[in-house]
Design a protein around this ligand. Structure first.
Ligand SMILES: Cc1cc2nc3c(=O)[nH]c(=O)nc-3n(C[C@H](O)[C@H](O)[C@H](O)COP(=O)(O)O)c2cc1C
Length: 203
């Protein structure tokens, strides 16, 4: 462990809703821990040296945790292993499979974000894309070695107005296939609970 007491909350966000979650978590952690907390987009982080703890968040993008979030975890894995960490993921839906129950780290799941497969014990092609192992394809083994305090999965916000025409087209197809609908699904009470639990363990 490092001796630094500062905490970093870092995120990747396109339309701003994950950035709002990150700022909210930072506020909660700051209040609970009384430590200094920086909130920065991942693109502005060049070193984890000043920080004793790091909370990393990103949204789901085309059936994966955003590539920038996965790259961040890959790039900083050695430093993350030496620090207290927590991670969060925001999006429209996760299909619950056995991997969630057998996760090598504590998972915190927003019940409104999690769905059961349409046929118990069988995943159709689309559902296979929406599972924990697929979403975290590049990072699951790394996260297992980092031993995070918690990985939170939260409902996000889908605002079609903020998307380019290509993204709107992709999202219309995803919504049609998954039954997801645009809207703000962030559950602030739940995120507050998660942040409080994480803060208590950062102390
Ligand atoms: C191009 C695109 C692809 C997306 N793909 C997924 C996905 O595969 N699974 C999912 O649950 N949500 C998906 N979403 C929904 C976002 O994860 C959700 O809207 C998120 O809260 C957006 O965060 P932001 O406001 O920080 O950009 C996608 C959104 C966009 C724009």
């Amino acid at each position: 462990m490092t001796n630094n007491s500062k905490i970093l909350v870092t995120y990747v966000s396109k339309s701003g809703s994950t950035a709002e979650i990150a700022r909210f978590i930072a506020q909660q952690v700051e209040q609970a821990s009384r430590a200094a907390v920086d909130v920065l987009p991942m693109s502005e982080v060049s070193s984890l040296e000043p920080y004793g703890a790091v909370i990393t968040g990103g949204f789901l993008y085309r059936f994966g945790w955003h590539p920038q979030a996965q790259e961040f975890v890959t790039q900083y894995q050695a430093q993350l292993k030496k620090r207290k960490t927590a991670f969060f993921v925001a999006g429209m839906g996760l299909i619950k499979t056995a991997e969630c129950d057998q996760s090598p780290f504590p998972l915190f799941l927003d019940a409104n974000f999690v769905r059961q497969p349409s046929r118990p014990g069988h995943l159709n092609a689309l559902e296979k894309q929406m599972t924990l192992p697929n979403y975290m394809k590049d990072t699951l083994p790394i996260l297992a070695e980092i031993h995070p305090l918690s990985v939170g999965f939260f409902g996000g916000k889908l605002d079609m107005q903020t998307l380019s025409s290509v993204e709107k087209m992709i999202l219309r197809v995803i919504c049609l296939l998954t039954g997801a609908k645009p809207g703000d699904y962030r559950n602030w009470d739940l995120i507050q609970t998660w942040a409080g639990q994480v803060a208590a363990n950062l102390a």
